[in-house]
Design a protein around this ligand. Structure first.
Ligand code: MLT
Length: 268
């Protein structure tokens, strides 16, 4: 049996050691894990998550051509190049560039996973990628919902619930889940009205009722919500590895290149 534990807000993770050697899936539907997925899909070289603005600024001193990106309270951080709207992360702006990224909740969850055995980022836009990833790995899973300002938020819980519901249906008898995971599954099913499969329209209307969805709409980010609701619209799986977030295909190429260089050095 594979165990799936859901944590409903990142504040439940006391320190980095809590997730050491565990397989983590970080969820921040509105909007960090969605925006990071869009940025990598549109060609960003890598994304370095920073838990605070100070740390982001410090990293940027050592990485001259990186773009400083992120938000506080939904708005772009003063002096930063980009905020946290997926619409800002167009190919022409970010292609082949490293991004340093700091957000109110999402990048805290991600950096708390720095000692994890594996860490990927999930949202509705890469749902099936996340499901397939969990199916493919050995061992227990933690789904870490970022939440909002240390509290529960519905959109992350529903996303976790839909992922787990898919796993339970596709691989019956294989998963054991904690009560938070069970609550997420039930929540997803209630919103879907029976089967646990949500449509993008239902997700969008759930955003419209949610605290953060309403807040983002008030700030004028209504179009972002449509992107964040698009089930499987960006089939890419960001991986947090060695302090940076990249697509697995890129990590594989780089690892192969490194081992090739090593072989050349040894044979010289
Ligand atoms: C966060 O990380 O707190 C969020 O992504 C907030 C936002 O919507 O910008």
């Amino acid at each position: 049996m594979k165990k799936i534990d859901v944590y409903l807000t990142q504040s439940l993770i006391s320190d980095d050691l809590f997730l050491k050697d565990r397989n983590v899936v970080v969820v921040d539907v509105l909007r960090a894990t969605t925006t990071i997925t869009v940025a990598l899909a549109n060609g960003a070289k890598e994304i370095i998550p920073a838990e605070s603005v100070t740390i982001a600024a410090r990293i940027s001193k050592g990485l001259g051509k990186a773009l400083l990106c992120g938000e506080r309270n939904g708005k772009v951080i003063e002096g930063f190049a980009l905020g946290n709207s997926p619409l800002e992360y167009k190919s022409e702006t970010i292609k082949d560039k490293p991004l340093i990224f700091s957000t109110t909740n999402g990048t805290i969850s991600i950096t708390k996973s720095r000692l994890a055995k594996s860490c990927v980022l999930a949202s509705f836009i890469n749902l099936t990628k996340a499901v397939d990833h969990i199916k493919s790995i050995e061992g227990d899973i933690v789904i870490l919902c970022s939440g909002k300002l240390n509290t529960f938020c519905i959109e992350d819980a529903v996303c976790a619930g839909v992922i787990i519901d898919r796993l339970i249906n596709e691989e019956p008898g294989k998963y054991e889940i904690n009560d938070s995971a069970y609550a997420c599954v039930r929540l997803g099913c209630v919103l879907a009205k029976k089967t646990g499969r949500l449509s993008s329209e239902k997700i969008l209307s759930m955003f419209g009722e949610s605290e953060h969805g309403k807040y983002l709409s008030e700030l004028g980010f209504g179009e972002d919500l449509k992107i964040c609701a698009g089930i499987d619209s960006y089939p890419y799986l960001p991986v947090y590895y060695n302090g940076t977030i990249k697509l697995p295909e890129i990590i594989e190429i780089e690892t192969n290149e490194k081992s090739h260089m090593k072989k050349i050095k040894i044979s010289k």
